[in-house]
Every structure is written in structure tokens, then in C-alpha cells.
Design a protein around this ligand. Structure first.
Ligand code: ASP
Length: 354
């Protein structure tokens, strides 16, 4: 009995010591990779709508956010400084390789990427498929430039660092943190040209919320990503050309022929409704498939899915249905898929799982 009491006291003391060392919590090491965008933008006055993206360096941005260095040990690196309308596969590859290099070391616990919002969903999805780590990777941006009255960048950056420093953010794929919401790379999309609440995940909902560094995760992305992804860009230097073609009433077919003639290896149709297009466009798309071009049917409609063989005979014509992926994300997945040997069935399987 006495022996039992002594063991219980020792166990209790051990627990207190452990709790204290976890409670004091070693500060996470987070690297912030900057690429430009409105978050680094500047205007001549606080109320001017016109501004130039990518004017402010990462060190100046970090120094301007009160309390951010209390959240994590931060190091900034300038990878690019562009408006994300100029985001390229070259920069995306550079980012993926640098992130993989950093996260492979035990000294780095998480990554934040500052990025313009225009193509943030594309870079986020590209990294979701090519980062080889379960550590948190978070993109942040802003809708208002750093000089604006009520600029949204500083709090987004603060909250992005708080999420990247949180081990609970790990294993959920690449995340985007803006306007107090945590969203998954697979599912989010930009929905407003100007509003601070621009990002939404219309089909799947958000992964969680964050408020001044307090994070609450309540949704786990179900799609394959990062460490379960088969895509490896470590030795890739060029991405095959994939064009997105917008479908509308009375769509002309020659845009598809033009894309094939200019060397596209893949075409994504931003179809009407459930990935539909005019009969003439369908015929042109079938001609493209016969020439070895992979054709994916996505949709210009912001929510819902594109299913196989609904109104279009995909099995007969050799097309791929994009499922939940919007045209810009379908283009990212198809570009990576084309780097590997593939059959239409294998590519369809990728669209069903990533
Ligand atoms: N054009 C800007 C960009 O994407 C818009 C923004 O960042 O909100 O870089």
C-alpha cells in the first residue's frame, strides 16, 4: 500500500513536470515565404482604390504586425514579388521545392506563404499536391493594400502564422487563412473581386476558424494531399501546356482546334451546367482526344460537381469529368497528371481522389 502511494506521488510529480514543459511550449519555428500580392501592395493614399501589388518586403511586413513574433520564431524569405495575376509555374515549382527543403529539416515546424488572392487557389492546390510533409503550410493574402484604411493584411498574416505554428494544423493539406477562416486548398475559391470575405468553400465548407491566434479546427479535408500524393516535382523544370476554354451559348469550336494546334497537351473546358458545351465544341473536343490531347470537362458554375456520362458520353468520347474541381484547379491537377504516364482511366481516378 505504502509502495503504491510512493509510486502515485512520483507519477504525479512526473505529470506536473511534463505539463509544465509542454505548457511553457517551445515556440514553433515558422518560415514566411513572400511572393507579393495586395498584402504587399501600396497606394498613394489610404482611401485610393488603385494600387500596385508587391511593393513591400517581407521583413517590413513582419515588423508592422504587433505581437506576431510572440506567436513563433519567424524568418522571412522573399521568393518573388509579383501580383498573383503574374504567378507562374516557374514560381510555383520554386515554392514547392523550397518548402520541401525547409520542412525536411527538424528546425522548421511550419510555413506561411504570402500571396496575391487572384490565383491563390491555384498555388494552394499545386502545393497541396506537391508538398511532401505533414507539417502546416498556410497561404495568406489580403484584399486591401498595406496602406489602406482598415487594411486586412496584418491580421490575416498574424492569424496565418498562428495556424502555421499550431501542430493541429498539420496533416490537413495546404490551408488558406483569411478573414478569420481556415480553408482547404482543394475546396476554396475566390468569390468576390473586392470583399474581404472573398474566399469560400461552397461544397465542403471551411476547415475551421481562427480569432487573434486562437484556432478551432472542425473539418478534415477528405481528398488525398501532400504525403499521400503521388506527384513529385523535385526534378521537374517545366509543366506541360494545359489551356482552359470557357463555354457559353453558341460557343465556337475553333478555340479548341487552335489550342491543339498551338501545342496544348491538355484542355479543360469551363463548361455550361454539368460540364456541357455546344455540339460543335464537343466534336472539336473529340478530335482533340483523337490527337492525344486530354480533355477534362469542368464547369463555369461555382458550385456542384461534374459527373461522368450525365449528358455527354464520356466513355465513348474519352473525356474526363472534373468532379468538384473548378476549371482553374482542374488545370493544375491535369498539368501534374500529364507529367506521368497515363491513360484516361488513370487520370479520371486522379480527379476522383485529389
Ligand atoms: N491582384 C492582386 C493579386 O492577386 C489581388 C490581391 O492580392 O488581392 O496579387
Amino acid at each position: 500500500m505504502k509502495q503504491y502511494r510512493v509510486s502515485a506521488i512520483i507519477l504525479g510529480l512526473l505529470l506536473i513536470v511534463c505539463q509544465n514543459s509542454f505548457g511553457q511550449g517551445k515556440k514553433a519555428n515558422v518560415v514566411v515565404l513572400a511572393t507579393g500580392g495586395t498584402i504587399a501592395g501600396a497606394a498613394a493614399s489610404g482611401t485610393q482604390s488603385g494600387y500596385t501589388s508587391g511593393q513591400v518586403t517581407i521583413d517590413a511586413m513582419l515588423d508592422s504586425v504587433p505581437g506576431i513574433r510572440d506567436l513563433a520564431n519567424l524568418k522571412g524569405e522573399q521568393v518573388a514579388n509579383v501580383g498573383s495575376q503574374d504567378m507562374s509555374f516557374e514560381i510555383m515549382l520554386k515554392l514547392a521545392k523550397r518548402i520541401n527543403e525547409l520542412l525536411a529539416t527538424p528546425e522548421v515546424d511550419g510555413i506561411v506563404i504570402t500571396h496575391g488572392t487572384d490565383t491563390m487557389e491555384e498555388t494552394a492546390f499545386f502545393l497541396n499536391l506537391t508538398v511532401k510533409s505533414d507539417k502546416p503550410v498556410v497561404l495568406v493574402g489580403s484584399m486591401r493594400p498595406s496602406t489602406a484604411v482598415s487594411a486586412d493584411g496584418p491580421l490575416n498574416l498574424f492569424e496565418g502564422v498562428a495556424v502555421a505554428a499550431d501542430p493541429k494544423a498539420g496533416g490537413r493539406g495546404v490551408l488558406v487563412v483569411m478573414n478569420d477562416q481556415i480553408q482547404a486548398a482543394h475546396s476554396l475559391t475566390k468569390t468576390s473581386t473586392t470583399a474581404v470575405q472573398t474566399f469560400a468553400s461552397p461544397v465542403r465548407g471551411v476547415v475551421g476558424v481562427t480569432a487573434y491566434g486562437k484556432n478551432d479546427f472542425y473539418n478534415d479535408p477528405q481528398w488525398k494531399h501532400t504525403t499521400s500524393s503521388e506527384f513529385d516535382v523535385s526534378s521537374v523544370t517545366r509543366i506541360p501546356r494545359v489551356d482552359v476554354i470557357f463555354a457559353d451559348a453558341d460557343m465556337a469550336a475553333d478555340l479548341i482546334d487552335c489550342s491543339v494546334n498551338n501545342g496544348a497537351k491538355g484542355i479543360v473546358i469551363a463548361g455550361v451546367g454539368n460540364g456541357n458545351m455546344t455540339k460543335a465544341a464537343l466534336d472539336a473536343a473529340a478530335r482533340a482526344v483523337e490527337k492525344g490531347v486530354v480533355v477534362v470537362r469542368s464547369s463555369r458554375v461555382p458550385t456542384g460537381t461534374v459527373g461522368r456520362n450525365v449528358e455527354v458520353k464520356d466513355d465513348e468520347l474519352g473525356f474526363i469529368a472534373s468532379g468538384e474541381l473548378n476549371p482553374q484547379k482542374a488545370r493544375i491537377l491535369l498539368s501534374l497528371a500529364l507529367l506521368k504516364p497515363h491513360t484516361p482511366q488513370q487520370i479520371q481516378e486522379m480527379f476522383d481522389t485529389y
